[in-house]
Design a protein around this ligand. Structure first.
Ligand code: PFF
Length: 443
C-alpha cells in the first residue's frame, strides 16, 4: 500500500513548502537587487508562467498517473523506452541538491541559535565572523549534520505523519513570521528607499545573463525539473485539481519571494552606509549588522527581529529539504523494497558524506577543484544549470509528445488543456532548451 496525503490543505502546504525555501528568502532578493529590480521580476514572472509552471504541471501529471517514485513512473508510463533516464537525472539531482542545500541550511540553523543567544547583537566585523565560521571544519559539518538530522526525522515518519503533519504546522508558522517581519520592516525609516530599490525597473541592466538568471531562479524556486513534485503528486488523491494546485503553489511561492524582499530591503536602507546589492553575503554578513541597529533605540525589537528572521530561513529551508529527501527515499524504498525508515537512513548517510565534502570546500578542501569549481559550487552548477533544465525539458517533451493524450487530458481535467499542450510541446522545450545550451556554452 502506498501512502497518500490525507487532506487537500496538507497536500498544497507540502508542495508549497517544497517551493518556498532559501531560493525565495536568500536567492530571490539578491538576484532581484543585482539584476534591475522590477525588470528582473517581470522576466522572472514570464519564466514562471511559460517555462517553470508547465514543468510543474507536467510533473504532477506524471506523478499522479503513475503513482510511483520518479524513476518507476517512467517505467509505468513508458515501459521499455529511454524516458527512465529523466527519472535518474531526478534522483541524482535530489542527492546533489540535498547535500549542498543542507550546508547553507546548516548556516541558518547556526545563525538562529546564535541570534537567540543574543551573541550576534554585539557590534563586530560580521564579514570576518562569517568567514571564520565557514572555514571552521567541525562547526560547519556539525551545523550541516544537525540540519540533516531534523530533515531525516520528518521524512522517516512517512508521508502523512511526517511530511504532511509538519508542513501543516511549519507553513502557517512561516507565514505568520513573514507577516510580522513585514510589519516591522515597512515601518522602518528606509522603507520607501527599500521599495524603490526592489520595484524600480532598470531595463538597462537586462542582458542575456539576466534572462538566464531569471529562468534559473524560476526553476530553483519552484523545485521543478528533478522529479520532486512528481514524487509528491504520486501521493495526491484522484480528485486533486492539478492545474489549480500548480497555480496555488506558484502564487504562494512568488508572494513569499516578494515579501522577503519587502522584509530585507527596507531594513537594509534604514542603516546608513550599508550596500544593498552585495550578492550572496547579504543575508549572512550584511543583515546581522543591519539587525543590530535597524531599530536604533529598541534593542529588544532588534533582537526579536533578527532571531525570527533566521528562524524563518531555517523553517523555509527545512520544508524544502524534506521534499528533496523524499525524491531519494521514495526511490530507494520502492526499488529495493526496504522499509521507509531504512531507506531514509541510507539517503541521510549518503547525503551526510556528500554534504561534509561540500561544507569543507569553504575551508580545508578549498584547494580541491573539479571542473574548475569547489564541491559546493560544482553541486550547485550540476543541479541548477544541468539537472533542472535538462530534466524540465525532457518532462515537457514526454508529456507533450509521448504520453497518451487521453491520460494527459484525464489527469489535467481542465479547460486550458489545449493551451497547456502547446506549452508542453513547443514553448517550454524550445525556451528551456535555448537557455540550457547558452548556459553550457557559457561555462
Ligand atoms: N524550491 C526550493 C527553494 O526555493 O529553496 C529549493 C528546492 C526544493 C530545489 C526542492 C529542488 C527541490 F527538489
Amino acid at each position: 500500500m502506498r501512502s497518500n496525503f490525507g487532506s487537500r490543505l496538507g497536500m498544497v502546504l507540502a508542495s508549497a513548502g517544497s517551493a518556498v525555501g532559501l531560493g525565495n528568502i536568500w536567492r530571490f532578493p539578491t538576484e532581484a537587487g543585482r539584476n534591475g529590480g522590477a525588470a528582473f521580476i517581470l522576466l522572472y514572472i514570464a519564466c514562471v508562467l511559460l517555462l517553470a509552471m508547465p514543468v510543474m504541471i507536467g510533473e504532477f501529471v506524471i506523478g499522479r498517473a503513475s503513482r510511483a517514485n520518479t524513476v518507476d513512473s517512467y517505467r509505468v508510463l513508458a515501459p521499455g523506452k529511454p524516458w527512465v533516464v529523466t527519472g535518474f537525472i531526478g534522483v541524482i539531482g535530489g542527492f546533489l541538491v540535498l547535500s549542498y542545500y543542507s550546508v547553507v541550511a546548516g548556516w541558518t540553523l547556526d545563525y538562529t541559535v546564535v541570534s537567540f543567544s543574543a551573541s550576534l547583537m554585539k557590534p563586530m566585523d560580521y564579514g570576518e565572523y562569517f568567514n571564520s565560521f565557514i572555514q571552521n571544519p567541525s562547526r560547519q559539518v556539525l551545523a550541516m549534520a544537525a540540519f540533516m538530522a531534523v530533515t531525516h526525522f520528518v521524512v522517516a515518519r512517512g508521508v502523512e505523519k511526517g511530511i504532511e503533519r509538519f508542513s501543516k504546522i511549519l507553513m502557517p508558522l512561516l507565514f505568520a513570521i513573514i507577516l510580522l517581519l513585514m510589519f516591522f520592516s515597512l515601518n522602518m525609516p528606509g522603507a520607501v528607499r527599500g521599495l524603490e530599490f526592489l520595484f524600480k525597473p532598470d531595463f538597462s541592466k537586462v542582458t542575456i545573463q539576466v534572462v538566464l538568471s531569471a529562468m534559473g531562479q524560476a526553476f530553483f524556486t519552484l523545485s521543478v525539473g528533478i522529479g520532486c513534485l512528481a514524487t509528491y503528486a504520486s501521493y495526491f488523491s484522484d480528485d486533486t485539481p492539478l492545474v489549480r494546485t500548480a497555480l496555488n503553489v506558484c502564487v504562494i511561492d512568488s508572494l513569499v519571494a516578494i515579501s522577503a524582499g519587502l522584509i530585507i530591503f527596507p531594513a537594509v536602507f534604514s542603516v546608513d552606509g550599508v550596500q544593498a546589492d552585495v550578492g550572496p553575503g547579504l543575508v549572512f554578513i550584511t543583515l546581522p549588522g543591519v539587525f543590530n541597529s535597524a531599530f536604533g533605540s529598541y534593542p529588544l525589537v532588534n533582537y526579536i527581529f533578527s532571531s525570527l528572521f533566521y528562524m524563518l530561513l531555517f523553517l523555509a529551508a527545512l520544508t524544502s529539504s524534506i521534499s528533496m529527501h523524499e525524491i531519494c527515499t521514495a526511490y530507494i524504498s520502492e526499488t529495493f523494497h526496504t522499509e521507509r525508515p531504512v531507506a531514509a537512513r541510507i539517503v541521510t548517510a549518503i547525503c551526510l558524506a556528500m554534504g561534509s565534502v561540500c561544507s569543507l570546500s569553504f575551508g580545508i578542501l578549498s584547494s580541491v577543484h573539479v571542473m574548475g569549481m569547489g564541491f559546493f559550487d560544482l553541486f550547485d552548477y550540476l543541479v541548477a544549470k544541468f539537472c533542472m533544465p535538462l530534466g524540465g525539458m525532457l518532462i515537457c517533451t514526454f508529456v507533450g509528445w509521448d504520453l497518451k493524450h487521453s491520460t494527459v487530458r484525464e489527469q489535467l481535467n481542465s479547460r486550458i488543456t489545449p493551451l497547456l499542450m502547446f506549452l508542453f510541446r513547443w514553448v517550454a522545450p524550445i525556451g528551456i532548451g535555448t537557455v540550457f545550451v547558452y548556459e553550457l556554452m557559457d561555462k
